[in-house]
Ligand binder design. Structure first.
Ligand SMILES: CC(=O)N[C@H]1[C@@H](OP(=O)(O)OP(=O)(O)OC[C@H]2O[C@@H](n3ccc(=O)[nH]c3=O)[C@H](O)[C@@H]2O)O[C@H](CO)[C@@H](O)[C@@H]1O[C@H](C)C(=O)N[C@@H](C)C(=O)N[C@H](CCC(=O)O)C(=O)O
Ligand SMILES: Nc1ncnc2c1ncn2[C@@H]1O[C@H](COP(=O)(O)OP(=O)(O)OP(=O)(O)O)[C@@H](O)[C@H]1O
Ligand SMILES: N[C@H](CCC[C@H](N)C(=O)O)C(=O)O
Ligand SMILES: [Mg+2]
Length: 484
């Protein structure tokens, strides 16, 4: 592609390098090679403008920066735009050129990974070549890559979408995190439908208020989806009403799901130990669904997923029947094993207050003994959630073990102390491996253990080092040790 092919997105008219071959797009000067267009983004740690000279020295075809940027004295053209992040997303979409025909995105504080995975599974069962993209990585026919960001940055994202489209994937579901939406990571994606699960406290280190956090999520509905596109909204959350209102105001086709849903109405649920039976009404017809997953919240996630699949063309009965074969996303109320006396051990990704509350409440109905929870909080993340999670664990579990999550650059003891301040009677075991082993050793018949916070993660970040660590592996090892 020539630099001139980005006209309309970038102000390239009249610059000397307009016929240069563009060999890539990047917002990281360290990745720049000759011919790459470098986007100088104002970030949380640094201002990309500082690296413009570095990018130019590495052979950048042009530098894109915000209007008012002070970049000067470079031998390469500097293109000034209003919103460099938007320009990056649109340029990446144009550069990589192709994406799966039918793409949906889901936002909300909890449930995004599950909904993305479930929507992919429904499509697969309906016979489509489908992919999902999110926190746990990328899953597509013949592909299962471990993930890092929930919503990849635009360059990685569009490169991936191109690969998926080239591999014949026609349907893809992706997670839209508030960071991703706010940072315009999805602005180049052509979306057919959007979903909303719920809103609770998260990322209060990044968003100044919950209203600001909600506004970031609303970008999916009021900015990214084209007029008339379906917005599948979970109807039973305190934030459902303002979300519905915003989607309606944006001219979207609002489809609500849940107990108060009009599109898919949940009439009744019966919980069993590791599964639940739901009655769902769609278009006047009642469907009995045997959902092979534990947790009330999984029904909500399943309904949002079915709504997304149906609204993009999957027949209703096919989508609802597909729910009977759903597999939970890795590390989401994931039953890793049971002790010889039958006590189940779940690994769950609850690392924020609402998720912890939901997961602990979900296992109570089938726990005749004690609910035991092992958890911590990540360092360099929202500090305010720590005592809130301590209080929730103390209120909803019988035994609370506070351990380390990913301390990152923080002192682990300080993080634990903030949780423990609101968790009287909790046991403190900093070493996560030891905490898991001691918790498994405590289990009696009828008890349930939840190891929360890290879910699918395969590493633990202490300082700047990430060491291999898997809650799944530790639980399995502890169960084996106990059985021996
Ligand atoms: C807070 C945050 O979201 N940061 C993201 C953001 O970085 P930033 O813009 O703040 O970067 P910065 O370090 O200030 O640097 C500014 C710019 O200078 C550039 N730079 C820097 C150094 C250099 O030598 N040359 C150079 O060009 C950087 O590439 C960057 O473009 O943009 C980067 C590129 O897209 C992301 O990788 C980075 O994610 C970091 C790694 C991160 O941890 N993000 C987490 C918080 C996140 O995004 N999480 C969400 C939600 C999770 C969930 O709840 O599911 C997610 O979607 O994963
Ligand atoms: N609909 C829901 N309502 C409340 N809690 C939920 C819901 N779905 C999942 N959870 C809880 O949140 C955890 C994370 O679920 P999931 O990974 O699907 O959400 P997510 O929105 O992708 O989260 P993250 O932003 O952390 O990636 C689960 O392990 C469970 O504890
Ligand atoms: N995407 C989330 C994941 C948090 C997972 C938890 N284990 C932690 O480290 O806090 C974040 O980066 O905030
Ligand atoms: Mg996720």
């Amino acid at each position: 592609m020539k630099l001139r092919d980005l006209a309309g997105i970038l102000p390239v008219e009249g610059i000397a390098s307009v016929d240069l071959e563009v060999t890539g797009i990047s917002s990281d000067s360290r990745q720049v090679k000759p011919g790459v267009v470098f986007f100088a983004l104002a970030g949380t740690k640094a201002d990309g403008a500082v690296y413009a000279a570095d990018a130019a020295a590495r052979g950048a075809a042009a530098i894109v920066a915000g209007k008012g940027s002070t970049i000067a004295g470079l031998s390469v053209a500097v293109l000034a735009v209003d919103d460099p992040r938007l320009a990056l997303a649109l340029s990446a979409a144009r550069y990589f050129g192709k994406q799966p025909q039918t793409m949906v995105a889901v936002t909300g504080t909890s449930g995004k990974t599950s909904v993305a995975a479930f929507t992919r599974q429904i499509w697969e069962q309906a016979g489509y070549a489908a992919a999902s993209i999110g926190t746990t990585g990328v899953v597509a026919p013949g592909r299962n890559d471990y993930g890092s960001l929930t919503t990849p940055d635009p360059v990685a994202l569009h490169q991936l979408l191109r690969e998926l489209a080239d591999a014949g994937v026609t349907h893809a579901s992706m997670e839209a995190s508030s960071h991703g939406l706010d940072q315009r990571r999805l602005d180049g994606v052509k979306l057919a439908a959007g979903g909303f699960t719920n809103l609770g406290r998260d990322h209060m280190d990044y968003h100044p208020t919950i209203e600001d956090y909600h506004r970031a999520k609303l970008r999916l509905f009021d900015t990214l989806l084209p007029k008339g596109a379906p917005a599948v909204i979970f109807a039973d959350d305190p934030w459902s009403a303002p979300t519905i209102q915003a989607a309606q105001a944006a001219g979207l086709k609002v489809l609500t799901v849940g107990r108060h849903g009009d599109f898919l109405r949940l009439k009744r649920v019966e919980h069993e130990r590791h599964r639940q039976r739901a009655e769902v009404e769609a278009d006047g017809v009642l469907y009995e669904i045997d959902l092979p997953l534990a947790g009330d919240f999984q029904i909500s996630n399943a309904l949002v997923s079915a709504g997304l699949a149906i609204s993009t063309g999957t027949p209703v009965a096919k989508a609802l029947m597909a729910l009977e074969k759903l597999k939970g996303a890795p590390g989401r109320l994931d039953l890793v094993g049971t002790t010889v006396n039958g006590a189940p051990v779940y690994v769950d990704y609850a690392h924020k207050p609402d998720a912890l509350e939901n997961v602990l409440a979900s296992v109570r109905p089938f726990t005749t003994g004690r609910v035991i929870v092992v958890f911590g909080c990540g360092g360099d993340r929202d500090r305010g959630k720590r005592p809130i999670m301590g209080e929730i664990a103390t209120r909803l579990a019988d035994v609370v073990i506070v351990t380390d999550d990913n301390p990152r650059s923080e002192v682990p003891e300080t993080i634990r102390a903030a949780i423990l301040a609101a968790a009287p009677g909790a046991i403190e075991i900093g070493d996560r491996r030891q905490a898991i082993h001691e918790a498994v050793a405590m289990l009696h018949a009828g008890d349930t253990l939840i190891v929360a916070g890290k879910g699918h993660e395969e590493g633990q970040t202490i300082g700047s080092e990430t060491l291999h660590f898997s809650d799944h592996e530790e639980v399995r090892a502890a169960l084996t040790e106990r059985a021996a």
